[in-house]
Design a protein. Structure first.
Length: 388
């Protein structure tokens, strides 16, 4: 019996290795390299298995060129490095999912007579002001004081607190550490930490919760500053000694403004001078005081000329091994977790629209990432409880 084979174009095979090498394992990577050399030709069955394993549509293996991913957001990555052309399927899926939600909410709010979100693009004409002045304006917009995070109780989470404030002004903040509810489609913190989608009525910030609890705060504030300027971005800052930016001057300015929002210089230096410990220990004490990450604290201390780059590197080396990894045992109830990941205002809008008959249950299931009526009602109960 003859086994059907197909000579896949090497451009396709190279593309498969680029976007799915982390899913394939050594054996499959070696097979693909053999096919690229022309030493063997894959069977149709092998391509079907590879399609499932790599999560690449089967039909793509028969194309002459890789499909073009027309996703504008990918043009706005923070760091311009050698991996800029490599995009994981998880990132593509997450961008697609968030764009779908943002587009839906944009249409919903326009139809319901909402006003545009004033915060978006407010900073377009503020190029002459200092980073500290802009930080004050942003804090004032949200009715926050310069020492807002210092004043929080020791058991309060600054990220959750700020997220609540931001979303109360109509800005959508979504979070997750994997695509949908599939824990096998984990997001890579080395690929991206956050991104922001600029919309007039439904601007959206997405935070990769594979990052540590405190590190998420800087990502959230950084993307908030991008909203202030009305500039889309995919944030993949990795605390390099000398990071390369697609727009170096602008990104450095955004970082300084974010720094001033989280670490007010007056309070930072005051606490720094009051601590009688080594500089290394000071970093951790101040990070706890400001409820931020040790790395963000260390970089700020260096920018304030309090420590050297060598100490920043030391902190980076120590903290990089403690990036939070998702745990799926002994955690919160599934629906509590789902309700936390979803932006509360977005979930409420979908539920209201569905109850009014303007959105089908099937569309609502898709938007809210639930599979059936039982799951929808469980999530709805939690959203309504929060509305009380």
């Amino acid at each position: 019996m003859v086994t059907a084979t197909f000579k896949v174009n090497n451009k396709i095979l190279k593309w498969v290795l680029q976007i799915a090498d982390d899913k394939l394992g050594v054996d499959w990577i070696d097979k693909i390299k053999v096919w690229m050399k022309g030493e063997k030709t894959p069977t149709i069955h092998q391509l079907q298995v590879l399609s499932k394993k790599s999560q690449i549509p089967f039909g793509n293996f028969f194309l002459s060129d890789p499909p073009m991913e027309e996703i504008p957001l990918l043009k706005f990555r923070t760091i311009n490095n050698d991996e800029v052309t490599k995009v994981s399927s998880e990132l593509l899926k997450m961008i697609d999912s968030m764009e779908m939600r943002s587009d839906w909410l944009e249409d919903y709010r326009i139809r319901e007579g909402y006003s545009p979100i004033l915060f978006v693009g407010m900073g377009k004409h503020n190029s002459q002001q200092s980073s500290e002045e802009i930080a004050k304006q942003i804090l004032k917009f949200f009715n926050l004081k310069e020492d807002w995070n210092i004043q929080l109780k020791s058991n309060q989470n600054a990220f959750n607190y700020l997220r609540t404030i931001i979303t109360s002004h109509g800005i959508v903040v979504e979070t997750s550490s994997f695509v949908g509810n599939n824990t096998r489609d984990g997001l890579n913190i080395n690929e991206f930490r956050a991104f922001v989608l600029i919309k007039r009525y439904a601007p959206l910030i997405f935070i990769n919760t594979k990052d540590s609890q405190n590190a998420r705060l800087f990502s959230l504030v950084h993307e908030l500053v991008h909203l202030w300027y009305g500039k889309t971005e995919l944030f993949n800052y990795n605390f390099q000694t000398d990071p390369k930016y697609l727009n170096k001057k602008f990104e450095q300015r955004v970082n300084k403004i974010a720094e001033s929002i989280i670490f007010n210089k007056k309070y930072f230096i005051r606490y720094w001078d009051s601590i009688r410990n080594s500089d290394f220990e000071k970093i951790y004490k101040i990070a706890k005081k400001f409820k931020a990450s040790p790395m963000a604290t260390a970089i700020t201390a260096k920018n304030y000329k309090l420590i050297s780059q060598e100490l920043v590197n030391e902190i980076n080396k120590e903290t990089s091994q403690f990036i939070v990894k998702s745990s799926h045992t002994g955690g919160p109830n599934f629906y509590d977790t789902l309700a936390y990941k979803l932006d509360h205002n977005f979930a409420s809008a979908v539920i209201n629209s569905t109850d009014q008959g303007d959105t089908t249950y099937l569309d609502a299931f898709n938007l809210l990432n639930v599979k059936n009526m039982h799951a929808y009602n469980e999530l709805k109960a939690r959203v309504e409880e929060k509305n009380k």
